[in-house]
Design a protein. Structure first.
Length: 249
């Protein structure tokens, strides 16, 4: 229960789903943890659930200019950073003919541009060694209809895991990725579907998973813990694909 003892961790999008469960696990493993959320309400709810040991920071992942401010807040609270879990993201599912430039730019800003400039802003504050874990997706590997922009952003994160590893490993910073398949989180309820539509979408997705179910957020959090901890010290630029076999069919 001490795999992150004494380590300082930042989790973006840490107020629900995978991010919240990862924060819970990191705290249990001895880390000092800060999470970001987009609204004051979301960060307050996370603080109520996980307790006073959790540091909560309101931050919009889409605002690349504000990432320097977030990095400064983390440095002020912790003095440095050992672990970054880039988890904040958006899923915008629609056919290609329904995308407009604003929707395109929003997905790129939240899923790629904001995280990129957060990593850049945090560079002076990373410990040596340090671990960055990027939350990618099985959608980077499969041709699921209506996910063209989402899948492209997640494929870009996988590319960053490799290229930034080559660039940062000499500084003692490892960069790796987890790529979940479908996970039972509140994310799907944010897609704008009715309850009946959500059930149909969930059933359709589950039918594509050989394991026959969605993952739990705790299962993904456990993989993130491994990549964040010293147990994975030889993992550099790798991807843990956690999709219940979805990408094999």
């Amino acid at each position: 229960m001490n795999r992150l003892q004494g380590k300082r961790a930042l989790i973006t999008g840490g107020t629900s789903g995978i991010g919240l469960e990862t924060a819970r696990l990191f705290l249990a493993e001895g880390a000092r943890v800060a999470v970001t959320g987009r609204t004051a309400e979301s960060v307050a709810a996370a603080a109520r659930e996980l307790g006073s040991d959790l540091v909560t920071l309101a931050s919009d992942a889409a605002d690349s200019a504000s990432q320097k401010e977030l990095a400064a807040q983390v440095a002020q609270r912790f003095g440095g950073l050992d672990v970054l879990f880039v988890n904040a993201g958006v899923v915008d599912m629609r056919p290609i003919e329904q995308f407009d430039p604003d929707a395109f730019d929003r997905s790129i800003a939240i899923n790629l541009k904001g995280p990129y400039f957060l990593i850049q802003a945090l560079l002076p504050h990373f410990a040596k060694p340090a671990s960055i874990v990027l939350n990618a997706s099985v959608n980077a590997h499969i041709g699921m209809p209506n996910t063209s922009i989402y899948a492209a952003t997640k494929a870009a994160l996988l590319s960053l895991a490799r290229t930034l590893s080559g660039e940062l490993v000499s500084r003692g910073i490892r960069v790796n990725a987890v790529s979940p398949g479908p996970v039972a989180t509140p994310l799907y309820s944010k897609l704008g579907f009715s309850e009946d539509q959500l059930k149909a979408v969930a059933a359709s997705i589950q039918a594509q998973v050989p394991a026959g179910r969605f993952a739990t957020p705790q299962e993904i959090a456990s993989a993130v813990l491994f990549l964040a901890s010293d147990e994975s010290a030889f993992a550099v630029g790798t991807e843990l694909l956690l999709d219940g076999g979805m990408s094999t069919i």
